[in-house]
Design a protein around this ligand. Structure first.
Ligand code: NDP
Length: 502
């Protein structure tokens, strides 16, 4: 039976979550909603599976994860087709997303032993009789809560690293993309059939909340800042550590010596890919005066040529979450009613479930279109005097996820000055695919890191061991020490650290 409902709005019918295509309303799948007891049971099973998964060691886990990587690579078109059916994005965009996720699995699998494995570290002269050893051990069971906008790369950006670090995972996909979440877990079960190392629990937000309280050893949350705060509050009850990957309001700076055409091409994709429903979307541009006019003209020309619709041949799909259309409309209205101009699109661009590309200029910096995450195919471009003003305005936001700079002489320096976790020079968003680099934000964009060495350590606990190699010259940690020993300690500290020269 196909339920009557608004396209794309997930509903629960008789305990089943029904997922539909946001453009056509076609039912994509139905998934049994987990009760909080069932969530706890899943965590219990994951805890038992963890013993087996840890027992495989780095080599065993690496082999399994690389097999999963290969399976996903072989079935990349199948994954992309499902992502497109359930979320509405063009298949080509879903392929790009899935490829990035596959690369993360590959990197995490290949690097876990190097980053986390046991090693000896340099000791200290003051403790010369001890050697120092370090390794990073799994935390246990990681709860992953994912968003709908990138239902493959956002969860796998944490799942792959958590698994490679030796944890098992219970994953709660967004209610908008349960089919993709189920597909990911079933492909993993094909290469790891022995134990429930990666499980999925379905449902609405309350199931995510239950996962936070189900005794997991860490929660990795990707989603909005508002929900991130709720997740953190729930985790605080049990002192469960949490990673928050939240929203953004990324800016692009275009300097006078930038390749304007390349900047416009990258900007249009960065702002409009996935209909702007990207945490790292370029939502603001600060272009310096000498290149501003040419840049705006080039952005409008390129954005105006894009096609909007669902299916083959369209560049921009529907807005996945119908209620987001109200936010996008409000931001456009606010910008226009406060002196902004739409040089492309505008109020009439909002045609649910679609929003056509909308480029806004002369928008006041305190307008909602500049201060809040829009999550739609809109862009605000502002003229600035120089890079310093651009950096100052780019940083004048509570968010701090990513950013981009186009230019030559000052570009890297400006990228370093952005108050963000990531930045790209002469490209946009590329850092999310660079598996070797950490990913995460500051401020309202969250904290903690996925990807790279830091992403592996995020799902580990450092284990430090000191080992005695011989008798202590300075008897400090014993009641056997005499006043002469203490005098020797005092003499040693003055010798070692008492000189004023560095
Ligand atoms: P939401 O915050 O609405 O939801 C995120 C996840 O949290 C969903 O699985 C949701 O379940 C679940 N959830 C909802 N309520 C609770 C709760 N009380 N306790 C625990 N879990 C809960 O975000 P969206 O799915 O709308 O995703 C869009 C947002 O994600 C944007 O702000 C975007 O910027 C951000 N994002 C950040 C990324 C990053 O890496 N920094 C990457 C991608 C997106 P349900 O869907 O069932 O309500």
């Amino acid at each position: 039976m196909t339920a009557t409902r608004a396209a794309g709005v997930p509903v629960v019918e008789d305990g089943w979550l029904v997922s539909t295509n946001p453009a056509t309303g076609e039912e994509v799948g139905r998934f049994e909603v987990a009760s909080s007891d069932e969530v706890s049971e899943a965590v219990g099973r994951a805890r038992e599976a963890a013993t087996w998964w840890v027992g495989l060691g780095h080599a065993g886990r690496r082999a399994r994860l690389l097999r999963w990587r290969s399976l996903l690579a072989q079935r990349v078109e199948e994954a992309a087709a499902l992502v497109s059916r359930e979320g509405g994005k063009p298949v080509a965009e879903a392929i790009v997303e899935t490829v990035a996720a596959i690369d993360h699995i590959d990197w995490a699998a290949r690097n876990a032993r190097r980053v986390l494995g046991p090693r000896r570290v340099r000791g200290r002269l003051s403790l010369a009789e001890f050697s120092a050893h370090l390794e990073y051990l799994p935390m246990g069971v990681v709860g992953v809560i994912g968003p709908w906008n990138y239902p493959v790369v956002t969860p796998l950006g944490t799942v792959a690293y958590a698994l490679a670090a030796g944890n098992t995972v219970v994953f709660k996909p967004s209610e908008y993309t349960p089919a993709v979440g189920a597909w990911l877990a079933s492909t993993f079960a094909e290469v790891v059939p022995e134990q429930p190392v990666l499980q999925v629990v379905h449902g609405l937000g309350d199931v995510g909340a239950a996962l936070c309280r189900a005794g997991v050893d860490k929660v990795a949350f990707t989603g909005s800042t508002a929900t991130g705060k709720k997740v953190m509050a729930a985790c605080a009850e049990t002192l469960t550590p949490v990673l928050i990957e939240a929203g953004g309001k990324d800016a692009l700076i275009v300097d006078a010596d930038a390749d304007v055409s390349a900047a416009a091409e990258a900007c249009v994709w960065g702002a409009l890919t996935n209909a702007g429903q990207t945490c790292l979307a370029i939502e603001r541009v600060y272009a310096v005066e000498p290149v501003y006019d040419a840049f705006v003209a080039e952005v409008v020309r390129r954005a105006g040529a894009l096609t909007v619709g669902y299916g083959d041949g369209f560049d921009i799909g529907p807005i996945t979450m119908p209620k987001q259309i109200d936010v996008i409309r409000r931001h456009i209205d606010d910008a226009l009613s406060r002196g902004g101009r739409a040089v492309l699109g505008g109020r009439e661009a909002v045609e649910p479930p679609y929003v056509k590309p909308t480029i806004l200029v002369d928008v006041p910096e305190d307008s909602a279109a500049v201060t809040e995450e829009t999550f739609g195919p809109t862009l605000v471009i502002r003229k600035v005097a120089d890079v310093d003003e651009a950096v100052r305005l780019a940083n004048a936001t509570s968010y701090g996820l990513g950013g981009a700079v186009f230019g030559k002489r000052h570009a890297v320096a400006a990228a370093r000055r952005l108050r963000t976790g990531m930045a790209s020079v002469n490209s946009v968003i590329t850092f999310i695919g660079m598996s070797s680099l950490p990913f995460g934000g500051v401020g309202d964009s969250g904290f903690g890191r996925t990807h790279g060495d830091d992403g592996l350590r995020e799902f580990s606990r450092a284990k430090a061991i000191t080992m005695r190699r011989g008798p202590s010259a300075l008897k400090a940690t014993t009641f056997e020490r005499t006043p002469a020993h203490v005098a020797r300690i005092v003499k040693a500290v003055k010798l070692l650290y008492g000189r004023s020269r560095p």
